[in-house]
Design a protein around this ligand. Structure first.
Ligand SMILES: NC(=O)c1ccc[n+]([C@@H]2O[C@H](COP(=O)([O-])OP(=O)(O)OC[C@H]3O[C@@H](n4cnc5c(N)ncnc54)[C@H](O)[C@@H]3O)[C@@H](O)[C@H]2O)c1
Length: 353
């Protein structure tokens, strides 16, 4: 068995003196010792993972991030190295791992559209990686959380989409992502039968600071185009509707799901059900950036997947969770992030590790 012992705090050893007030308070580190958990975040250098690490550190926990940096960025976690409670493993969850932990969040994944570059590794991450983490949870009696996706059913036949919908997957299509996520969900329920405490959530389209400039999602595309003064391209006539959840709301949902009673395994849908047309989104981005970009329409590609709208009634009822950040407030914060990033573009945009 290959144990990933290497590491820990390799970033700290780079000697970077980055100062940031972003970790809410190490000080919550005054949290009572017995309440302080050792938490593994797989995919912790990614968009969602870095925000989760920050939230958990702020709550006084000890956080270990494992990431293979395939889509995650070192800059996402730079500021966290100021905390003694934070450590990093540069490793792949498709390799066996052994650590003493109380909780595990599995967010590791080559998110869209990068998963198509190496579909076999995508499946390995989802299936073998999840299995490794489930076995770790079983050995350590740790609670384990899986970041799943509503895309598991792929092209949905049902809108809005509740957790009970079984889906419509094409088993031999090009989407290793959906198939892998489905298999992982099934394995989580198999491990539950062996008394492992599982939590599954399905994340609906989330945005915010630390999205990658090149991740190909609609919000980052529009913001970058607007900030660069380029045309904003809308595929289709712009009247299609989409829903967008701000990162802070999602992370709040993560923490609530993990803290919920053992019988609440999920899957829970987490997302923002409020819908906007693509035209409305583009107009808000242009207005908030003060850009002179023109909005142009192009034909919708064939087989363009429909985006499911979340039905979040289960999370509202069982977790008392609902999104609070409205689109213009979330967009304003995201635009500030991309504006800063583009201003330092030469070093940062090419900093894909
Ligand atoms: N952002 C969304 O709107 C959204 C929607 C649905 C589901 N999700 C799920 O949430 C999770 C996080 O998404 P994200 O948007 O933060 O993506 P991301 O690409 O920013 O983060 C994923 C992280 O996992 C790391 N990673 C990939 N394969 C790995 C492996 N084998 N071992 C270790 N690390 C590995 C990447 O380097 C990256 O840091 C993913 O599982 C994704 O499927 C996200």
């Amino acid at each position: 068995m290959v144990l990933m012992e290497v590491v820990v705090n390799f970033l700290r050893n780079t000697g970077d003196n980055h100062s940031s007030g972003e970790i809410r308070s190490e000080q919550n580190a005054h949290r009572r010792q017995e309440d302080r958990k050792r938490i593994l975040v797989a995919g912790g250098a990614g968009f969602l993972g870095s925000h989760l690490c920050e939230r958990l550190l702020g709550a006084g926990h000890q956080v270990i991030c494992i990431d293979n940096f395939s889509t995650g960025l070192r800059r996402n976690i730079e500021h966290l190295k100021r905390s003694n409670a934070f450590s990093v493993i540069a490793g792949d969850i498709a390799e066996p791992i052994d650590l003493d932990v109380d909780e595990i969040y599995n967010l590791a994944y080559s998110a869209s559209p990068h998963y198509q570059a190496d579909p076999i590794h995508t499946t390995k991450t989802c299936v073998i990686g999840s299995l490794n983490l489930l076995e770790l949870a079983a050995r350590r009696r740790a609670r384990i959380f899986q970041a799943s996706t509503p895309e598991a059913p792929r092209e949905p036949n049902v809108q809005p989409q509740a957790e009970s919908y079984w889906g419509n997957v094409n088993p031999f299509g090009t989407h290793s992502y959906d198939r892998g996520k489905r298999c992982a969900e099934a394995m989580f329920f198999d491990f539950r039968k062996t008394q492992v405490g599982i939590k599954i959530i399905r994340i609906f389209n989330t945005y915010g600071p630390r999205m990658r400039v090149d991740d190909g999602r609609i919000i980052s595309n529009f913001i970058v185009q607007a900030l660069k003064g380029e045309n904003i391209t809308i595929y289709g006539n712009g009247s299609r509707t989409r829903s967008f959840c701000f990162i802070d709301d999602l992370i709040d949902g993560f923490v609530r799901v993990m803290a919920s009673s053992p019988s609440m395994t999920g899957p829970f849908n987490l997302g923002n059900p409020e819908e906007f047309t693509i035209d409305e989104l583009a107009e808000q981005v242009v207005q908030l950036t003060g850009s002179r970009s023109k909005i142009i329409h192009r034909p919708l590609p064939i087989n363009h997947p429909r985006q499911p709208r979340p039905d979040i009634s289960l999370a509202m009822r069982e977790l008392d969770w609902r999104p609070k950040v409205n689109l213009s407030a979330g967009l304003a914060r995201t635009i500030r992030y991309f504006d800063g990033l583009l201003a330092g573009a030469d070093q940062t945009l090419t900093e894909v590790v």
